[in-house]
Ligand binder design. Structure first.
Ligand code: HEC
Ligand code: HEC
Ligand SMILES: [Cu+2]
Length: 495
């Protein structure tokens, strides 16, 4: 029979069919499959893959029996030249009961493990310890907050190998979906609602994740990584996130970059979340940036943005769109300058370019010279934690007590801790522009002199609110007395 068939279908046509089929088959043989749902690296993805396989094989058996039956019956009972009209029947109760019951039983057989998995996977096993992370979707990047460790970071979720991680999912703008194929299936990130998933990485590695719900123009460029590390390396990372960065050498490109960053970038990006108490402040500032953007979406110069604390330890750029492997510093620098100069060249539609003041002058690229851009890149790439010993020695960079030193130290504190909400001009960000503060401070609150007023604004901001602003200034009472002295001295110079 087969040779017969072959004669009827000319070889060429068979080839035409086989070539694309073979191509499709070969494409399944890629060796580098960072998002292969079958090559799982943890119990959640494994359970989900096993459930899929079970249902797949049941479907294969059903397919073979049904299709085989159809083919067999078609061939066996096909019309032959001498066929007569077959006997006409109507209905067959036995047959109909059988083909209703069998599928019903199959559905039950599938439902039992499915429902069991849904229950199993809804929370980590009770008797096992877990850590919690809040993941927030933004157009088009992911924010990660570690409430237990008081760390805020973006686009790279570091976790210890073997630890159960519970992730609270939400979104600040539209619906996104959180998915790391090798670790867990998709769960939506919905504004004003909190969904939850958990996972565990049983092996160390970089696991590729991405947004899996169409969320706007750069949806396809909204990715992230889960970086699973052995527990001691992870703990080292956590400890590093609590230490100050290495200060740029005076007069270096990175030092110029620091000032350029403070002037052009710090209204949206925090870089100081290593400080004690900064977690709560960062969360307040992020929410403030978001409401500032919402209040005037067309013209806003701020918007919630990735936290860049210790950016030099990152391995990706722009929500996983470019790799920054530590072994290629020159290439990384080139990628970063490309991003700073024209972020839309890497990620069309990005809110950074849409809103940052530095991109609003003309052709849409940064109104900064190329040497200024490389200074900023040098600064960001050098943002890595000091060694534990340096940090222990109190390398705070404060001077020997002269007035100039006090003002300079105050300026540094301001850049690190306040410039996310305050400009030194009259421009309003989340708080009032502080130009002229030296003059108005003395007459703000009857009975409070200028110094006391500024001191109180920092250490007890709820004592007095500036009219027309949300009372959202965090309490900075945790700063050292000497840091507050520096701030007061510096702020009084802003006339
Ligand atoms: C108006 C707010 C805003 C300003 C001002 C701003 N950015 Fe951004 N930035 C963003 C947003 C939003 C993103 C996320 C972009 C994305 O992935 O879609 C971002 C992303 C980045 C990233 C990538 C972060 C990551 O996790 O991969 C870097 C680096 C960066 N910005 C540097 C800068 C520098 C340098 C400046 C100053 C020249 C600056 N930004 C000014 C909003 C801003
Ligand atoms: C999360 C945003 C935010 C941060 C960070 C922040 N502030 Fe404020 N600040 C505000 C807001 C909002 C107001 C106005 C409402 C009020 O008075 O509380 C304000 C008010 C002030 C005032 C009073 C201004 C006036 O015109 O009377 C001073 C002074 C001040 N802040 C200093 C600082 C200093 C110094 C820092 C850094 C240590 C800082 N702020 C950090 C939001 C912030
Ligand atoms: Cu998305």
């Amino acid at each position: 029979m087969l040779p017969n068939l072959l004669q009827r279908f000319p070889r060429r046509r068979i080839l035409l069919f086989l070539i694309p089929a073979a191509a499709a088959l070969i494409s399944a043989c890629a060796t580098n499959n960072p998002q292969d749902t079958f090559d799982t690296a943890g119990p959640v993805a494994e359970d989900q893959a096993n459930l899929f396989k079970l249902i797949f094989w049941i479907a294969v058996v059903v397919f073979v029996i049904v299709e085989g039956g159809i083919i067999w019956i078609t061939l066996k009972y096909r019309r032959r030249s001498d066929s007569e009209m077959p006997a006409q029947t109507h209905g067959n109760t036995k047959l109909e009961l059988t083909w209703t019951l069998i599928p019903a039983l199959i559905i039950v057989a599938i439902a039992i493990p499915t429902v069991a998995s849904i229950w199993d996977l809804s929370a980590p096993p009770d008797d096992e310890p877990f850590m919690t992370v809040d993941a927030i979707g933004h157009q088009w990047w992911f924010e990660f907050r570690y409430p237990g460790e008081e760390i805020v970071t973006a686009n790279e979720l570091r976790v210890p190998v073997g630890k159960n991680v519970v992730v609270n999912l939400t979104s600040q703008d539209v619906i996104h979906s959180f998915w790391v194929p090798k670790l867990f299936g998709k769960v939506d990130m919905v504004p004003t609602r909190e969904n939850q998933l958990w996972f565990r990485a049983d092996e160390a590695g970089d696991f590729y994740g991405q947004c899996a719900e169409f969320c706007g123009i750069a949806h396809a460029l909204m990715r992230f990584r889960v970086i699973a590390q052995p527990e001691d390396e992870y703990n080292e990372w956590v400890a590093g996130m609590r230490r100050a960065p290495v200060s740029p050498a005076a007069g270096s490109g990175a030092a110029r970059g620091q000032n350029l960053f403070a002037a052009n970038c710090s209204s949206c990006h925090s870089i100081d979340s290593y400080r004690a108490g900064s977690y709560e402040r960062e969360v307040t500032i992020q929410d403030g940036r978001w409401s500032g953007w919402l209040a005037d979406i067309e013209n806003s110069r701020i918007v919630s943005a990735p936290n860049l604390t210790h950016f030099g330890t990152r391995t990706t750029l722009a929500a996983g769109i470019r790799d920054l492997p530590p072994e290629t510093p020159a290439e990384n620098r080139a990628k970063l300058t490309e991003w700073i100069d024209d972020p839309g060249g890497i990620k069309p539609g990005t809110r950074m370019q849409e809103h940052a003041a530095v991109y609003q002058g003309g052709d849409g690229t940064a109104s900064l010279s190329s040497s200024e851009i490389s200074d900023i890149a040098d600064y960001l790439l050098a943002l890595v934690p000091q060694s534990a010993t340096d940090a222990g020695a109190g390398n705070g960079g404060s001077g020997d007590g002269g007035d100039g030193d006090l003002v300079a130290a105050g300026q540094a504190t301001f850049t690190a801790s306040c410039s996310g909400c305050h400009t030194t001009s009259a421009q309003t960000l989340i708080g009032p522009g502080l130009a002229g503060l030296g003059e108005r401070a003395g007459s703000r609150v009857p009975g409070l002199g200028a110094d006391e007023y500024i001191r109180q604004s920092i250490a007890d901001p709820d004592a007095f609110y500036v009219e027309g602003f949300n009372p959202s200034m965090p309490n900075f009472g945790w700063l050292d007395d000497s840091e507050i002295d520096g701030l007061v001295a510096y702020l009084k110079t802003l006339n």
